[in-house]
Design a protein around this ligand. Structure first.
Ligand code: UT7
Length: 329
């Protein structure tokens, strides 16, 4: 394989996978003594998808990545790097990205898993764009994929109704112009416990009475952080792209909570003209998969169009965040 020339990165194709089983609020509300009305009012969520047999992380990421390659018109043999990002892989070895690279027909490509919680897609997209920019890769597959049900406790009131499963992937490669703006990323490790597994698998091995390390979230703390800290970060990403808010057509934040989305729209100062992703209503919070899933929903419904400028913003466990402006594929 020859070394690729440095190039302007762009998103060339997008593909998603939503699991077959659609799960309404009634099903998740039972074990947490909640209701459809409470869940809709507090989070905006009306539905999510839960993965079943034949819908492993590898199955879902492969399906989404295959569609993205098809849409991009890129041959799997031309992919030089596969980056999969997830927070719900309970199997550390082998790396998921090696499986995905092999199954999409890109065996031999570089492969690496990244973990940045719900900010994983924006982080990994930035890494892919920089690899194309630097010439260390020509075509990169970026797949956000989650089986949050593998790390959820269905009886936990703070998380059971929020999360869902699914995958979304893009192909990043040379574009006619720079289609992925500079990333504005960061973290606040002083809030490590805000979204965390209280135990590790090592704790469970050492003491079998320790429960499985399912996810816990200090909902109000995360909510406050998101609505107070993130708007200036998003504006900075627009600035770094050499743009103003008037240049932004579409806003695709991580689908964490509809009220957070609405507060961000206001806090950033986006006008009514800007199309805002609200895929959380149908798909819940799919962590690292939520932004590509939301992007696909806007494009397939015609609410957004290829070539428009979209502000992406991921945030979550860590607490980590990352934002960038992209041209929609
Ligand atoms: O993807 C990673 C990023 N994650 C997020 O951004 C999530 C951020 N946080 C949130 O989305 C919200 O905090 C939640 C949706 C998780 C919770 O909404 P909230 O408005 O912060 O609820 P709360 O925790 O303040 O609880 C309000 C009330 C309480 O009752 P009282 O004290 O007012 O009587 C809770 O006991 O609702 C009660 N409650 C519930 N009731 C029904 C808490 N959880 C539930 C529940 N069902 N699941």
């Amino acid at each position: 394989m020859t070394t690729p020339a440095p190039a302007s990165p762009a998103i060339l194709g997008l593909g998603v996978y939503r699991p077959a089983r659609s799960v309404g609020n009634e099903e998740v509300a039972g074990p947490i003594d909640s209701s459809d009305e409470w869940i809709r009012t507090r989070s905006g969520i009306g539905n999510r998808y839960f993965a079943g047999a034949g819908e492993s992380l590898g199955d879902m990421a492969t399906a989404a990545a295959g569609k993205a390659l098809g849409e991009a018109g890129v041959s799997p043999g031309d992919v030089s790097l596969v980056l999969t990002t997830t927070m719900s892989n309970v199997r550390q070895a082998p790396p998921l990205s090696a499986e995905v690279a092999f199954r999409i027909g890109s065996n031999g490509a570089g492969a690496m898993d990244t973990g940045a919680g719900c900010a994983g897609f924006c982080y990994t997209l930035a890494a892919a764009a920089d690899a194309v920019r630097a010439g260390s890769a020509r075509y990169v597959v970026v797949a956000g994929v989650e089986r949050m049900t593998d790390i959820l406790d269905p009886t936990d009131r703070g998380t059971a109704f929020i999360f869902g499963d699914g995958a979304g992937a893009v192909v990043v490669g040379p574009g006619a112009e720079d289609g992925i703006g500079p990333v504005r990323w960061g973290s606040d490790g002083s809030q490590l416990d805000a979204i965390a597994q209280p135990y590790s698998w090592a704790d469970v091995r050492a003491d079998p009475t320790v429960p499985a390390p399912t996810l816990r979230m200090a909902g109000q703390q995360v909510f406050r952080w998101a609505v107070t800290e993130l708007a200036p970060i998003a504006r900075d990403a627009v600035d770094r792209a050499g743009l103003t808010l008037d240049d932004i057509d579409v806003f695709i934040p991580h689908q964490a909570n509809l009220r957070i989305t609405d507060a961000l729209v206001k806090g950033i100062g986006l006008s009514d003209r800007v199309v805002v992703a609200r895929e959380i209503v149908r798909t819940g919070n799919t962590s690292a998969a939520s932004i590509p899933l939301a992007m696909e929903q806007l494009l397939s419904s015609g609410e957004a169009r290829s070539g428009q400028r979209a502000l992406l913003m991921g945030f979550g466990s860590g607490l980590l965040y990352a934002a960038q402006v992209v041209r929609l594929p």
